[in-house]
Design a protein around this ligand. Structure first.
Ligand code: PLP
Length: 390
C-alpha cells in the first residue's frame, strides 16, 4: 500500500473488508468483541493472539482511520484519541514523568497552554515558553532534563512559522523529541516527520473532518513511541476515539487533498483582496510575498493554508463592526470547516490574557481571524466588504 501516492492512500489505505466484502468502509459500533472459546479469550487478553476484544483498546473502524492517517503522514503508527486535547495530553503522559522539562512555543492553541501550565505542571512536569521562530531562544531554553520540544506551525492567529528541520536538530542534539501540532496544514500541506520531527499531533476536529461534525484527535509517529508508549495511555486512561467519529474522519481524509487545495486558493485570493482594502492596516498570510517567512513557507509546506488574519484600522470597535456586519460568515472560533468562520481573537480565544500578554503576542485589538471556507470567494468578499466600508 505504501508505494501509492498521497491521493490514493487517502482513499484506500486502512480499509480492511469484513467477510461481507462491503465496498465502503464499515462502521463497527460495538464496545466489545466475542470469543469462540475460553482459550481464545485468554489468548486475546494476554496478547498471545492478535485480535479485537474491547473498543477502548482497539476497534476496526478506528484502526481504519489510524492506518490511513499514518500512511498520509508517512509514519509507522497512529493512535486516535477522543479530541485534539487528549492527543496532546496522551503524548505528555505517555512519554514524561515528574521532573521532566518541555520547551514549547508561546503561540500555541490556548487550551494547550492551559493544559501545560494549570494541569500538567501540578504533576511536576516543567514547561518553558519561547518565541516560535527564534531558534536561539529554543536552544537557550533547553536543559539537561528537557525531553520534548512542542510547536505549532504556522501559528494561530498570526501565521508565524518555525523551520521544522532546524528545530528537530536542536531537539536531537539534546536527546529530546520534537512534537509538531500539524492541525493547520494537515499532511496534505506539510509532513513534519519527513522534516525530522518525531511525533505529530492532530485535532481531527478541524481539517481532517473538514465539515465541523465530530471531535477527535490523533498522535502519529514510530511504533515504539506511539504504538506502545502513547497507546498505553489510551487503553488505560480511556481517551479513545469513538468508532462513529473515526468513520466520519476516515471519509473526511478521502477528500482532504482536494479540500486543502481549495482552502489555499480561496485564502490566497482573500488575503490579496484584503491588502487592497483601505480600511485594512495589515494582512497575515504566509502566501503573501511580503510575509517575513514566505520563503520558508514555500520550502516547508506544499500550500499556504486556509487561515488569514488581518488588522482593521480603528481597533476593537472597527473589528467588531466587521464581525457584526457579516451575514454569511459564521461567528465562531472553530476552524478548518468548509464554512468560513470569523473570530475576534482579543475578546475570544485570547480574551483571558492580560493586555500586556496580548501586546507581547501581537494580538492587536483590531485583529480578525478568518478560517477561509469553500464558499464562492466573491460572496466571502462581499460579506466582509460590508463592514469594511463606512
Ligand atoms: C482545536 C485545536 C486543538 C484542540 O483540539 P480539540 O479537538 O478541540 O480538542 C489543538 N491544537 C490546535 C492547533 C487546534 O486548533
Amino acid at each position: 500500500m505504501n508505494d501509492y501516492l498521497f491521493d490514493t492512500l487517502a482513499i484506500r489505505a486502512g480499509h480492511q473488508q469484513s467477510s461481507f466484502q462491503e465496498h465502503s468502509e464499515a462502521l463497527f459500533l460495538t464496545s466489545s468483541f466475542t470469543f469462540k472459546s475460553a482459550e481464545e479469550a485468554a489468548a486475546r487478553f494476554s496478547g498471545d493472539e492478535e485480535g479485537y476484544f474491547y473498543s477502548r483498546v482497539a476497534n476496526p473502524t478506528v484502526s481504519c482511520f489510524q492506518d490511513r492517517l499514518a500512511a498520509l503522514e508517512g509514519a509507522e503508527s497512529c493512535v486516535a484519541t477522543s479530541s485534539g486535547m487528549s492527543a496532546i495530553m496522551a503524548v505528555i503522559l505517555g512519554l514524561l514523568k515528574a521532573g521532566d522539562h518541555v520547551v514549547s512555543s508561546r503561540s500555541i492553541f490556548g487550551t494547550s497552554t492551559i493544559l501545560f501550565t494549570n494541569i500538567l505542571q501540578k504533576f511536576a512536569i516543567e514547561f518553558d515558553f519561547v518565541e516560535l521562530s527564534d531558534l536561539d531562544a529554543w536552544q537557550n531554553a533547553v536543559r539537561p532534563n528537557t525531553r520534548l520540544l512542542f510547536a505549532e506551525t504556522p501559528s494561530n492567529p498570526l501565521t508565524e512559522l518555525v523551520d521544522i528541520e532546524s528545530l528537530a536538530d536542536i531537539a536531537h542534539q539534546h536527546d529530546a523529541k520534537l512534537v509538531i501540532d500539524n492541525c493547520f496544514c494537515t499532511p496534505a500541506l506539510q509532513k513534519p516527520l519527513t522534516l525530522g520531527a518525531d511525533i505529530v499531533v492532530h485535532s481531527a476536529t478541524k481539517y481532517l473532518d473538514g465539515q465541523g461534525r465530530c471531535l477527535g484527535g490523533a498522535v502519529v509517529g514510530d511504533k515504539q513511541t506511539v504504538g506502545e508508549e502513547i497507546h498505553s495511555i489510551l487503553r488505560t486512561g480511556g481517551v479513545a476515539m469513538s468508532p462513529f467519529n473515526a468513520w466520519v474522519f476516515s471519509k473526511g481524509l478521502e477528500t482532504l487533498d482536494l479540500r486543502m487545495k481549495a482552502h489555499c486558493e480561496n485564502a490566497l485570493a482573500l488575503a490579496q483582496w484584503l491588502q487592497t482594502q483601505v480600511a485594512v492596516e495589515k494582512v497575515y498570510y504566509p502566501g503573501l510575498e511580503d510575509h517575513p517567512q514566505y520563503q520558508l513557507a514555500k520550502k516547508q509546506q506544499s500550500g499556504f493554508g486556509g487561515i488569514v488574519s488581518f488588522v482593521v484600522k480603528g481597533g476593537k470597535e472597527a473589528a467588531w463592526k466587521v464581525v457584526n456586519s457579516t451575514r454569511l460568515l459564521s461567528i465562531t472560533a472553530n476552524l478548518g470547516d468548509v464554512k468560513s468562520t470569523i473570530t475576534h481573537p482579543a475578546s475570544t480565544t485570547h480574551g483571558r490574557l492580560s493586555q500586556q500578554q496580548r501586546d507581547d503576542a501581537g494580538i492587536d485589538d483590531g485583529l480578525l481571524r478568518i478560517s477561509v471556507g469553500l464558499e464562492a470567494i466573491a460572496d466571502i468578499q462581499v460579506d466582509l466588504a460590508r463592514g469594511l466600508s463606512d
